[in-house]
Design a protein around this ligand. Structure first.
Ligand code: F6P
Length: 344
């Protein structure tokens, strides 16, 4: 078969591992030929692609980012977009498409597969919030990077007797804040699934000071709602999927904490460092397992389906189910946060 791959949305450590494994098994086991469209769906519309050979993918499973580059392009919103995609795929004699991306990218994959384009998906996001899968690759790397950063914040916050608010990614779900916050020993962990109780936050920080520890570390997910303010936006622009750019809740929260407690408070936004660099061993392995499953899905004609991790096994579900909702933290995770914070 002649198979095309693309990567859409925000980049994510482990994308290259998926590409590597799908192409390697496709060529060695099935005798496939591969091309990679560049810049996500944009590359399909522009007929912009590179051949993916064994030489081209050699060693890429170790690397961060995506050799195919990425963009946020919403084919559904582009007049004639679907016809253009169909034309380009036909012109390049593509038998199947593997799209690596989060719910926005997969909404396009679903749309195309409903319009007769043989396509399958691989879930991607450092936010770890795709429905129906226990873990997305990239999440483990993001948590490791954030945890290391929080470790470092402890010593500088301690030296200066300060509170430091660390803002991490997580638009709709607080998986990174939860995991890195707990692993990094943060004194306060704030996730978008729960309303921020600013008095409780200040009480937790005061507890430290009253018990001889004159500093505090707060971890907040970018998607949290600040009381009376709501989400803090990095800009008013929306992307082609209608998403605003979130950024700045750490700074806003730091100001509020300083005003309410009188403690000198600073903020750090970890931003894109969480998505950059090499994937962890876990993500390299998970990515490759997803890639192997994706090429098997292609040869089984599982169009409109997406690879998922259930327990320890990789399987697949419909893309419709995967994008129907976000996977968010639930009560058992909230209780981990509650049980490990100070009793105030
Ligand atoms: O991939 C999801 C995500 O990491 C979100 O947590 C974040 O809001 C968004 O990407 C930011 O991506 P970009 O700055 O590339 O638009």
């Amino acid at each position: 078969m002649r198979v095309a791959l693309l990567t859409g949305g925000g980049d994510c450590p482990g994308l290259n591992a998926v590409i590597y494994a799908a192409v390697k098994k496709g060529i060695q086991t099935y005798g496939d030929e591969f091309i990679g469209f560049l810049n996500g769906w944009r590359g399909v519309l522009d007929n912009n692609w590179i051949p993916l050979t064994l030489e081209k993918i050699d060693g890429i499973q170790l690397k961060g980012g995506t050799i195919l580059h990425s963009s946020r392009t919403n084919v559904k919103k582009i007049p004639g977009g679907i016809e253009k995609v169909q034309e380009v795929l036909k012109q390049n004699k593509i038998d199947a498409l593997i799209a690596l991306g989060g719910d926005d990218t997969q909404s396009v994959t679903l749309f195309l597969s409903e319009h007769g384009v043989p396509s399958v998906g691989v879930p991607k996001t450092i936010d770890n919030d795709i429905n129906g899968t226990d873990a997305t690759f990239g999440y483990d790397t993001a948590v490791s990077i954030a945890t290391e950063a929080i470790d470092r914040i402890h010593t500088t916050a301690d030296s200066h007797n300060r509170v430091v608010v660390v803002e991490v990614m997580g638009r709709d779900a607080g998986w990174i804040a939860y995991a890195a916050g707990i692993a990094g020993g943060a004194h306060v962990v704030l996730v978008p699934e729960q309303e921020i109780d600013i008095d409780h936050v200040c009480a937790l920080l005061k507890y430290n000071y009253d018990h001889g520890k004159h500093y505090g570390v707060v971890v907040v997910a970018e998607g949290c709602h600040l009381p009376e303010v709501g989400q803090v936006l990095g800009s008013q622009e929306v992307d082609s999927f209608g998403h605003v750019r979130l950024s700045g809740i750490g700074e806003a929260l730091a100001d509020l904490i300083e005003k309410k407690t009188g403690f000198e408070t600073r903020s750090v936004n970890l931003g894109h460092t969480q998505r950059g660099g090499v994937p962890t061993a876990y993500d390299r392995l998970l990515g490759q397992r997803y890639g192997l499953h994706a090429i098997d899905m292609v040869h089984q004609g599982k169009w409109g389906r997406i690879a998922v991790l259930r327990g320890t096994e990789i399987t697949d579900i419909t893309i419709k189910e995967a994008i129907s909702t976000n996977r968010r933290l639930s009560e058992s995770f909230f209780s981990v946060i509650r049980d490990l914070e100070a009793k105030v």
